[in-house]
Structures are given as C-alpha cells and as structure tokens.
Design a protein around this ligand. Sequence first.
Ligand SMILES: [Zn+2]
Length: 331
Amino acid sequence: MAQQKRKKRYKHPVKRFIRNHFELCAVLFVLVVLLGLFLIGFGIYKLFAGSSDSPKDPAGPTTTLSPTDTVRNDPTPTPGEPTGTPEPTPMPTATPTPKLYGINESVTTDVDAEPIPGDNWPVDYLMLVNWEHRLKYSGNPENLVRLDEILTESWYTIQNPGSVAEKSRDFVIVTDEDNYDRGNRVALTYLDQMCKGYHAETGFGVKVSQTGAYRNYATQDKFWNNRDRSINPPRTIPGNASEHRTGLGFDIWVLDKEKYDYTWFRNNCYKYGFILRYPSDKSKITGITYEQWHFRYVGVEAATEMHELKYCLEEYIAYKNGQDLSTLPKH
Ligand SMILES: [Zn+2]
C-alpha cells in the first residue's frame, strides 16, 4: 500500500510539485486570482467606458453631420430643393386668392404686345377687353358655336323666310360662310331668352347681323383700319381690343318698324345677364362712342349689380377690385 501510495505520488508529479513548493504555488494561485479579478474588472470598466463613450463618439460625427441635416430640413439650400420642389408649387396656387376681376390668362395690359397664335383661349364672363386690356391671342376663343346651333326653332325657321320683308319677320339671323355667325354658347343661350322676352312683350323681332356677333382678329382689324376717323371717340377698336372676339358681345338690331327703340333692352337686359356695353354717359371711360345696339354678356348676377349701381363694365371691375373709380383712365 505504502509503495502504491509512493508510486501514486510519483504518478502525480503536479501534486508532488505542489506539496514540495506549496508556498510558491500559493503565491502563483493568488497571482492568478488577482489577474482574473483584474481582467474581470477591466472588462467591466471597458463595458462602462464603451457605453459612456458611444454617445460622445457619434456626437462628434453628428456635429459634422448636423449641418447637412439642418441643410436638408431648410428649404433654402440646394440639396433640399429637389425634395422641396412640391413646396414651392402651392405658392402660385396661393397667389390667385387676391385674383383681380376683369383679368384672365387671355388678357394682357401690355397694349403694345403682338398677338400670338393660339385657339381655344379661356373666356371669363367678366373679362375686360378694351383700350387698356388687350387679347393675347390671334385665334378663336373657347366655347364658340354657330348661332343656329343654340338659337331655338323660332329663330331658325324664320332665318330664311324667302320673300318676307326683313322688318316684318319675328326673328332673323343673317348667317354667312365667314366666321361671323358664331358666339359663346352660354351667352347665346341667354341671348335667345332675352330676344324671346322682347318679342313676347313688344311683338317685334330682332336681327343679329353678319358682323354683329363673333369676329375674328383679321375682320376686327379690318374694321379698325377702315374706321370713320371723324368719329371721336371711335366706334370701333383694334383687333386685339374688341370684345366681339370673345363671342360675348352682340350687336342687336331691333325690328320695330324703323323706330329703333332700345328702351326695352336697356331696362331688361340685366335680367338675362346682359349689359349695354357702351352707354351714352360713359364714353369718357369706355373710350367708345355710344352704341345703343351693342350688348355684352356678363352673367345675371353681375349684370343685376351693375344695373343697380349704374356702373359700366370698367367701373364695375374697378369697384370689385377695390380700386378708386376716379383713377380710371379718361379718353
Ligand atoms: Zn358691337
């Protein structure tokens, strides 16, 4: 047994070494424990140091990034503009709020502007077309239709009465192969009703002559160039300044046995959305000599208000825009 024990001691040199060098082993053991504790402590330290540094380190980069971030948030710098492009677009839609009456995209106040080619330009029932407000385009406006497309049977059937004398007809429309015989669809609908009302109360008919409805640019300019220069203010206007080109203005001839009494139209036209466009007492403002036959469609609401206020179109537009009427140009 003793030999076995001795043999065992020899078989375990580590244990024998520990017994022989117990103090040394104890010191080494302590050192190893201390080293382990040190490493654990260091690890914990690194862990805390790392978590406390992490916000600081990114804080450095973010301070360099934050300018670019704020640049992106600001609409002013260029990098933000591509993503910010939707923002400027609402700006123009916000500007129409102080929209001016009388003006639309077909009208310019540049009286020297050369008319540019273009058809189907927008028509506004309150658009102002005069010496100070010119039509931009040389083509035809939108919503232009033939007179006989809108005017009712009572007009159309009497259009070609053959041998019947003109002044004894109820309604006569003189059409032409040229593009005179057209007008704005809505204005024509109301014109039809107005002339029916006139006929119902007076028994007389009406004629819208060849040149009394829509006129194209060339025709109107020809009228202007061939005008009677002894009449001042003139009774016609250049091609880009005539509302006959909008399809909203009509020269109406009353067939009342040559009396040419327009009293009924002056008193009642507003009920149908029409105004007497060039009244006798407004020539200085309109720049056009009195035309008892020229009626302009503006819509029932505006026509009624103008009738009550006794304003011509120039005055009414200025009034609606909050302008001082005394600042209107005098002709
Ligand atoms: Zn006219």
